[in-house]
Design a binder for this molecule. Sequence first.
Ligand SMILES: *[C@@H]1O[C@H](CO)[C@@H](O)[C@H](O)[C@H]1NC(C)=O
Ligand SMILES: *[C@@H]1O[C@H](CO)[C@@H](O)[C@H](O)[C@H]1NC(C)=O
Ligand SMILES: *[C@@H]1O[C@H](CO)[C@@H](O)[C@H](O)[C@H]1NC(C)=O
Ligand SMILES: *[C@@H]1O[C@H](CO)[C@@H](O)[C@H](O)[C@H]1NC(C)=O
Ligand SMILES: *[C@@H]1O[C@H](CO)[C@@H](O)[C@H](O)[C@H]1NC(C)=O
Ligand SMILES: *[C@@H]1O[C@H](CO)[C@@H](O)[C@H](O)[C@H]1NC(C)=O
Ligand SMILES: *[C@@H]1O[C@H](CO)[C@@H](O)[C@H](O)[C@H]1NC(C)=O
Length: 400
Amino acid sequence: MPSLQKFVTSLLLAGSVLGAQVTAKQFSHHDEKITPKVFIVSMFEPEAKAWWNIPEFNLLAHNITIPGLSPLYPDIHCTEDHEVCQLITGESEINAAATVNTVAFSPVFDLKKTYFLVAGIAGVSPKRATLGSATFARYAVQVALQYQIDIRELPSNYSTSYIPYGRVFPGKYPTTIYGTEVFEVNAALRTVAANFARQATLADSATAQAYRAHYGNGTGEYKAATLAPGIVECDTATSDVYYSGNLLATAFENTSKLLTNGTGDYCSSAQEDNATLEVLLRAASHELADFARIIVMRTASDFDRPYPGASAAYNLLLANQGGFEPALENIYRAGIKVVQGILNDWNTTFAEGVKPTNYIGDIFGTLGGEPDFGPGTAQALAGSGAYKKRSLEGRSRRRG
Ligand SMILES: *[C@@H]1O[C@H](CO)[C@@H](O)[C@H](O)[C@H]1NC(C)=O
Ligand SMILES: *[C@@H]1O[C@H](CO)[C@@H](O)[C@H](O)[C@H]1NC(C)=O
Ligand SMILES: *[C@@H]1O[C@H](CO)[C@@H](O)[C@H](O)[C@H]1NC(C)=O
Ligand SMILES: *[C@@H]1O[C@H](CO)[C@@H](O)[C@H](O)[C@H]1NC(C)=O
Ligand SMILES: *[C@@H]1O[C@H](CO)[C@@H](O)[C@H](O)[C@H]1NC(C)=O
Ligand SMILES: *[C@@H]1O[C@H](CO)[C@@H](O)[C@H](O)[C@H]1NC(C)=O
Ligand SMILES: *[C@@H]1O[C@H](CO)[C@@H](O)[C@H](O)[C@H]1NC(C)=O
């Protein structure tokens, strides 16, 4: 029965959009598009399940199959009244882009007023937060979008093996631009969401407590790592490569600062957000979504670098840091406050929207306005190769 109903639902949804007659009485309201108030973006099953079997709402009331979703996660899940829905991207940038693209451009949904809550786990910098913390980003930076030489073949005076596109040395703003390097979301909404989340009591674990104690006595640069889980407003890095260790973490922390012209405050690393944001940007540029309604929340499952005296390999591959379970639990505990906050204040605040006061969008200024990072719209477009201006030299080092 569930699978048949799923099939019928999707047929009827597709049919209604194509103008076919919807005869089944129980689906008659699907003549209209589904207009969720909140779309939860999960990346894999453990993150998705954090929202299932909760007292506040039942996301499994409707399963909607849409061609183009991940073969692992072929359904969108929605509550009975379709006010809250969930998509599961599948992990990494390719899956995130493909899945969110399917939803953002699907005729089944009207997402013009929908809030997207990216809610996943992530690596975390011990300089900014600790295991179990929930972080809310303003910037998402695609840090590994660079040249790379294996460290064993690297000139000895290079600080890192990652070199920005179009450059000869690390640490220079890239001159070859792809457009997904940096996304900036609504900072005012970020603060509203973080304040909702601050009402939550976050979960922790004894193993996480023991692991974070290795990061010092709370006086040094890893003070944040030694504290109990909390809510932190800081930025996220996207990389398909699951990097770890002092050198790579510092290199990408540097990249985040560089690409955001010094304003980015790197704290979390995950594998999807810039892909998700690129798709929502494309949808927003055709008025199919509102780029001012995106919240990027990442809860900390593991430290991106070891504690003093431990090796990078131990931290990444061997240690049981104890952050995975509390991070998953805190997706729900912090995230539910955000979802409820939006639903409760819908008529007074969120239907109208929270006006951004910062620049929002990409490095090209696709949604209007002038980015507060990057070389400026004209130069970024020139660096993209969209104009014939691009040099032969630049071209010879492109693979796209
Ligand atoms: C939706 O799918 C989930 C599993 O992914 C299942 O547990 C649930 O029963 C399904 N709901 C309906 C209404 O079929
Ligand atoms: C990725 O998105 C974040 C916003 O969440 C933005 O700060 C960052 O600059 C983006 N990075 C890239 C490379 O697109
Ligand atoms: C590294 O050394 C080379 C000479 O071997 C020099 O040309 C280059 O400027 C140096 N690079 C950096 C990043 O200091
Ligand atoms: C904390 O540790 C640092 C070195 O790791 C040390 O210099 C300092 O005295 C310690 N502080 C306390 C209060 O123990
Ligand atoms: C990061 O930047 C700092 C300050 O510019 C520099 O000293 C350090 O070598 C950089 N680290 C890496 C790994 O690139
Ligand atoms: C919000 O507005 C809708 C439609 O105008 C109305 O049906 C609903 O009762 C209102 N909700 C609250 C909480 O006031
Ligand atoms: C960002 O920094 C680059 C150099 O790193 C500079 O060329 C550019 O003008 C700066 N952009 C803004 C918006 O400040």
